[in-house]
Design a binder for this molecule. Structure first.
Ligand code: 1DF
Ligand code: MN
Length: 351
């Protein structure tokens, strides 16, 4: 059993790649949205819980989300996390009105950049933008990457019920490709159009609804031809690909058959099979999925260089899950790739 210490003495450093934070200003807007009922059903369910419940876990989560200093660093030390890739927690700016989204994105990026400046070996960060206004989103992504040194873009799935296969969002994808930074497609609660059967059963959140929403979003990007249009676009998805790796055979078969039969006007031929994009443009992280059979399956079907570590702090702050992944039955070199070098190369991190 490896020690949960930082510093690389065990043969690798641990880079955690889906680590959430929330500026107090954003949480204040969330409180207002809950009060005036102008969020969506998924937002009310998720953030009603985290901001109003007095149970221990939600209280710990909201305190830890707001901290980019001592508590976070000592939690990282205690679990052997050398480095966190920070991202604005879901739904980030994407539940806000456009003007508020723009200002919170800039504020969050400035705060993240300050944390990176304060602790450059411990933190790097993804940029938040206001996708509600794609033109401003491109400008803010450029500012965050070129001026603040942020290392990618966080997209918390749908934007007021809209998905990024809509061409109005493509300038943002084009900018990420041009700036050579990855887009992290992170879950959100399902849209109002999708959530009802999940919500009524208490399954709308991280337990399953997140994966239904986010896998649908990712599939829509692929089938809309986003990776044919932007062949150098890098996309990262958590929770071991939101179940899609397990589906690749069927997706390839049914997509090919459906396109060939010209069943849907919207479903156009792609340059390659759906599974091919997973092996060229997509990386999956192990956030919330510290489970050896699933991790080894993804490494097998996607390639060992496409599966990387994430904790999902503070939602899944679980030392045993770090130990479980230290104990994966792969070689030490492969564990270094899994915990450290795939992430440092993908996000351009220097430890
Ligand atoms: C939860 C999980 C919340 C994840 C998250 O952000 C989140 C949760 C609001 O457990 O409610 O990012 N997650 O990625 O699994
Ligand atoms: Mn997460």
């Amino acid at each position: 059993m490896t020690e949960l210490s930082t510093g690389g003495g065990i043969g690798y450093r641990r880079v955690a790649t889906e680590e959430a934070f929330a500026p107090a200003e954003m949480l204040e807007h969330y409180v207002k949205l809950l009060r005036n009922g102008s969020g969506d059903k998924g937002f009310d369910s998720l953030w009603g819980f985290y901001l109003e419940s007095q149970a221990q876990r939600p209280r710990d989560v909201r305190r830890r989300l707001a901290d980019l200093g001592d508590e976070r660093l000592s939690d990282m030390d205690a679990t052997g996390i050398d480095h966190q890739v920070l991202a604005l927690t879901s739904p980030g700016t994407q539940i806000l009105d456009t003007a508020t989204a723009r200002s919170i994105a800039a504020l969050a990026n400035d705060a993240a950049a300050q944390a990176v400046r304060d602790h450059p070996t411990r933190f790097s960060a993804l940029a938040a933008v206001a996708l509600q206004d794609p033109e401003s989103a491109v400008a803010e992504l450029e500012r965050a990457v070129t001026k603040l040194g942020l290392r990618g873009l966080i997209v918390n799935s749908h934007v007021h019920g809209e998905y990024l296969d809509d061409p109005k969002f493509w300038p943002v994808l084009e900018a990420a490709e041009r700036l050579d930074v990855p887009v992290y497609l992170h879950p959100n609660t399902p849209t109002n159009r999708m959530i009802e059967p999940l919500l009524e059963a208490g399954l709308d959140g991280a337990v399953f609804g997140f994966a239904v929403e986010t896998s649908t979003h990712l599939l829509r990007l692929i089938t809309a031809g986003v990776f044919d249009r932007f062949p150098r676009l890098k996309l990262v998805v958590g929770h071991l690909g939101e179940a899609l790796p397990f589906w690749l055979y069927r997706l390839d078969y049914m997509h090919t058959a459906t396109v060939r039969a010209q069943r849907y006007e919207v479903l156009k031929p792609l340059q390659r099979k759906i599974s091919d994009y997973f092996r060229s443009n997509i990386w999956v992280t192990t956030s919330g999925m510290a489970w050896e059979p699933a991790i080894l399956f993804c490494r097998d079907v996607l390639g060992a260089d496409r599966v990387l570590y994430a904790m999902d702090y503070p939602y899944q702050y679980a030392p045993d899950e770090v130990r479980a992944q230290d104990g994966l039955s792969i070689s030490l070199d492969e564990r270094r790739q899994f915990f450290e070098t795939t992430a440092t190369e993908l996000f351009g991190i220097s430890l």
